[in-house]
Ligand binder design. Structure first.
Ligand code: ZN
Length: 1011
């Protein structure tokens, strides 16, 4: 999406005083055709570009073909057709292209002669790929796992098609609405030399403009040192051309009319205006090179219009050099521009925090999209879980690059776009996004299905139906478990270590269920009534009234474990499995215990009061309150900042206080051998189940919100607020960046510029991809973890606030043109999701607080994939005839190593990423460097060679040779030296060391060890 910020500055500064030193460089440089500029002039790099959203107002396919041009005039196929012809005609012209999702749609349909011509354009540096991911991903709501995947998908495809000449060296995030430090770190680890973007807070921008700090070195990690440094530049004008110089057929600026015999001759005026723009812009930048973005959304549909006018502009501006002008303008690319900055060999300012939140005006905080479309955000996170499992299974089974898996990867790539997972696309486009995920999941589930069948090694397969995946488990609906009297549950564990999991199987109830494990033992199970509010979910078509809950112990790493479940008429079993259900009616706090956790609930209000642990000395409780509240979304006609409405992008509450949904919640307590639950109902549209499972040290809160009523004409934004009344947190709280490193947030404060705050709630919202943490001195810590990206904050001592749902009645006028009013089945959309609460009293001698939230975070990210197989065979036959437990790993990974990726690569190779999942000072036991041997890691495959690559898998690590930058010494951070980290990992040495937060990527050559 786009919006021209139109920041202009006036006056001409004496930038020539800055001493500039041009040096020859020994670095290999990707673009061979850069115009070097003139050392004694202001060199203006014109970057011809098109910004092609991978879905926004139209679907990705509509944008590609140029259909539905009544919605928006845009057709990417014509852009590429047109640009390529212009580039072929003139070797001086250049163009950059960003989104691989579009490029490869086009490429695959080109005749060979065009493909050959394009290869020449790429190798000659005329057509330069920039960013190169499948899309230009969102930075607030995208998880690092998905970011790495989508970047890898695009970059490797470019590499396979064009070779090293096409490897993008500049990341180009011109439109995302705020920028994450983790994104910078990931780009650096992918081998990018620099990053340019367009959007940052308006006050931050004017400060940087005035201080000449528009360009900097961003220190992307507190753990990784220089390997996470990324040169970062703020573009002068968003990503628009300067005012008056938009020459696209979609623009209304005057062309350059250069025949002096004609009435409208305007060359002198245009040249003068351009020189002024260039000199004004140069004031904000420190070298004698500046960049201008000549393009906008879906520009270059008719490339000739742009190039014809730019040719004239270049000619007439440069002709003025004969009259003493010191401005030199030419076609360039971001990598050519970046090279001049590097060659200037000057010292750059640094940045250690991030660019969240982004405000484009005093009342326009782009913090609503952190939560917008929560069901889509949840679906994207779940699908990431599923994708990782399918990639692993395909690798372990030697399935290679199956087209079904490719389809799922591409769907997930599209969904990371900055109008997709962000929740800022139109409704019909969002529906298309969801359909892509659903198709990808359905088709690739077939690969898992085939694998299960293959691994069963039984002749009794005809007695079992096909395994089924139940995508509606979030509303406790699953046809095979509801309808079959007998079925097998198969759990695939995508973690590289054994895990325990609480399985919930929707069943009609009324009878007992015999659950048998792979050794033939009967497993304890509990029938838990499904809350009324879930049963009443609009569109739910299920006979399940209960969840059958049992614990699956020791699910093997990268492996599966099965259970046999059979309805039984045995009334004793049924009675034992039925939960005790009661409605408390006394006063005071009732304490519910399960395992060594205890939960206190106020019987009068039905609200959470305390959460603690059972110790040998008794129960140790910590006070904590939790409830749901709502902000009234501001309505407005957006005629000016004061009238800005809350919408898909913007969060703008009416007033500064959230209101109670209801003073009290009605509660029902459900207890049994496996789980204790407190069912709370505030209103028919806000309810929650609080759970404590046997053997788990966390509080699970599964909330159900919606349909949000709007009959009163007021849009509503619902938050979950947890308050620890006795702890002192000052203005500090902590949020993760894209699910990885944790950043400190300080209420009403920005580390590098002065905040003029007239939106005290919205301005303190930050993206929470996985967790929000509070520290109260050295002794008490608490974290809330989520199951999808949300906006979150801490507005007072001990407060944790996460926004869970939004239903709004006004557009916020940033382009999408629709109010964020999601409906389904004729009413407001219902969202069901989970939060998890932990605090530092839960620690054990093995697992400190850092370990608690990191290991929980990993378990939530990659949960077991569950399949259901109806069967008529008995548990006894099943146990003896089936292979019911299997693992693809020979050894588990250490507790601080996360297996981030295992996926089929080229024939006979796999891509492996291992990650140290702790920060340097996060855990006493787990933050140390750790060494892992790849030798013997996989059960059925011998790893004969491991070649290390950059994070995106498109460049061998040994060939990486990134620019180094001189920076001002930092007062904020003491960086770990990276140098020693590279030692000790020789070629073909299969023993690898990981330092805190380090991800290492390998292409493994493998051979089958057994038949
Ligand atoms: Zn965009």
């Amino acid at each position: 999406m786009s919006r021209n910020e139109g920041l202009t500055a006036s006056g001409w500064s004496g930038m020539w005083a800055a001493s500039v030193c041009l040096l020859l460089t020994s670095y290999v440089f990707a673009n061979p055709s850069c115009n070097p500029g003139k050392p004694d002039m202001l060199n203006v790099h014109l970057v011809c570009h098109t910004h092609d959203d991978v879905g926004w107002l139209k679907t990705v396919d509509q944008y590609y073909y140029g259909s539905k041009n009544g919605i928006q005039m845009a057709g990417v196929q014509y852009v590429l057709d047109s640009v390529v012809q212009e580039l072929i005609k003139d070797p001086l012209k250049k163009f950059i292209y960003v989104e691989s999702a579009f490029f490869f749609r086009w490429w695959d349909n080109q005749p060979e002669e065009i493909q050959m011509a394009v290869k020449d354009l790429v190798s000659g540096g005329q057509l330069e790929f920039i960013n190169g991911g499948w899309c230009m991903n969102d930075e607030a709501a995208a998880h690092y796992n998905a970011i790495i995947d989508q970047m890898t998908l695009g970059l490797v495809k470019l590499n396979n098609t064009f070779g090293e000449a096409a490897r993008p060296t500049v990341a180009w995030q011109i439109d995302p609405f705020g920028h994450s430090r983790e994104q910078a770190s990931l780009f650096a680890q992918m081998g990018f030399e620099g990053l340019f973007f367009g959007r940052l807070d308006h006050d931050d921008k004017s400060t940087r403009w005035a201080n000449k700090t528009m360009e900097m070195v961003w220190k992307g990690s507190e753990n990784l040192g220089r390997s996470a440094w990324l040169f970062t530049g703020v573009l002068p004008n968003g990503y628009s051309p300067p005012r008056g110089f938009c020459f696209d057929i979609l623009c209304r600026d005057e062309p350059i009319m250069d025949d002096p015999r004609l009435h409208d001759y305007n060359v002198d005026e245009k040249v003068e205006s351009f020189l002024k723009v260039a000199k004004d812009q140069a004031k904000a930048y420190v070298t004698n090179n500046i960049v201008m973005t000549m393009g906008m959304d879906f520009h270059y549909l008719n490339a000739h219009a742009w190039y014809k006018n730019l040719d004239k502009l270049i000619r007439y501006v440069n002709e003025q050099q004969a009259n003493g002008s010191k401005v030199n303008v030419f076609y360039s690319t971001p990598s050519c521009y970046l090279k001049t900055l590097h060659d200037a060999n000057i010292t750059w300012p640094t940045k250690t925090d991030d660019f969240f939140p982004y405000a484009s005006g005093n009342h326009s905080y782009w913090t609503g999209y952190f939560t917008s479309r929560p069901t889509l955000k949840g679906y994207v996170r779940q699908t990431n879980n599923f994708l990782q499992a399918v990639k692993q299974v395909a690798s372990l089974m030697g399935l290679g690059q199956d087209p079904r898996l490719e389809k799922l990867k591409e769907a997930m790539g599209v969904l990371q776009h900055h109008d997709a997972v962000s929740g800022t696309a139109k409704q019909h486009v969002t529906d298309d996004y969801s359909e892509r995920l659903a198709q990808g999941v359905t088709e690739s589930f077939a690969m898992i299905k085939e694998t299960y069948r293959k691994l069963q090694q039984t002749t009794l397969m005809e007695a079992t139906a096909d395994p089924v995946f139940c995508p509606l488990m979030n509303i406790s609906s699953c046809p095979p478990s509801e309808k079959s009297s007998g079925f097998i549950v198969t759990l695939y564990n995508p973690l590289a270590r054994p895990r325990e999991y609480h399985v919930r199987v929707p069943v009609p109830g009324g009878v007992g269920y015999k659950v048998t494990d792979y050794q033939g033992h009967v497993v304890q199970a509990q029938l838990v009534p499904i809350p009324e509010s879930v049963l009443a979910t609009p569109g739910r078509n299920s006979s399940a009234k209960y969840d059958l809950v049992f614990i699956a112990n020791d699910i093997p790493p990268l492996g599966f474990l099965q259970f046999h479940i059979k309805r039984t008429a045995n009334s004793r079993i049924h009675k034992e499995q039925m939960s005790r259900v009661h409605v408390p009616n006394g006063g005071g706090v009732i304490t519910i215990m399960k395992g060594n956790l205890a939960v206190g609930v106020d019987q009068k209000t039905g609200l959470l009061k305390s959460l603690g642990v059972v110790t040998p000395d008794g129960i140790k409780m910590v006070k904590v309150n939790q409830t749901f509240l709502w902000y009234a979304g501001m309505s407005g006609n957006n005629s000016n900042e004061d009238n800005r409405a809350s919408g898909a992008y913007i969060f703008r509450p009416h007033g500064t206080f959230a209101q109670d949904i209801a003073e009290k919640a009605n509660i029902t307590i459900v207890e049994g051998p496996v789980v204790a639950e407190i069912h709370q109902v505030w209103t028919p549209w806000v309810s929650q189940v609080i759970r404590v499972y046997k053997g788990q040290t966390l509080l699970e809160m599964e909330w159900l919100i919606g349909p949000i009523p709007v009959e009163d004409g007021v849009g509503k934004e619902i938050v979950n607020r947890v308050v620890w009344p006795d702890i002192i947190t000052g203005n500090n709280f902590y949020t993760d960046a894209n699910g990885r490193e944790i950043l400190q947030r300080i209420k009403n404060f920005r580390p590098t510029w002065k905040l003029h705050n007239v939106e005290p709630v919205a301005s303190n919202y930050y993206p929470v991809n996985s967790r929000l943490i509070l520290h109260s001195g050295p002794n008490f810590h608490a974290a809330i973890l989520n199951d999808r990206s949300q906006g979150g904050t801490s507005l007072d001592h001990g407060h944790m606030e996460l926004m869970v749902h939004r239903r709004l009645l006004h557009d916020d006028a940033f382009g999408v043109g629709e109010a964020l009013n999601e409906t389904a089945f004729g009413d407001g959309l219902v969202v069901r999701g989970k939060h998890y609460l932990i605090h530092s009293d839960f620690v054990t001698s093995d697992c400190d607080f850092g370990c608690l939230h990191r290991s929980l975070g990993e378990q939530l990210l990659l949960q077991p994939v569950t399949a259901f197989t109806p069967t008529s065979i008995t548990a006894h036959t099943w146990k003896n005839a089936f292979n019911n437990k299997w693992t693809g790993l020979r050894t588990s990974l250490p507790p601080n190593v996360h297996l981030l990726t295992l996926e089929p690569w080229t024939d006979g190779t796999l891509l492996l990423r291992l990650e140290h999942m702790y920060e340097a000072h996060e855990s006493a036991n787990h933050s140390d460097p750790v060494t892992v041997s790849l030798q013997g890691l996989l059960a059925d495959w011998k790893i004969v060679d491991a070649k290390e690559t950059t994070l995106s898998g498109n460049l061998l690590k040994k060939d990486e040779n990134r620019y180094s930058w001189n920076v001002e010494s930092s007062q904020y951070m003491n960086h770990v030296s990276r140098n020693q980290q590279k030692n000790g990992n020789k070629e073909n040495d299969l023993s690898i060391t990981l330092n805190p937060m380090e991800i290492r990527t390998f292409i493994l050559t493998v051979t089958k060890t057994s038949s």
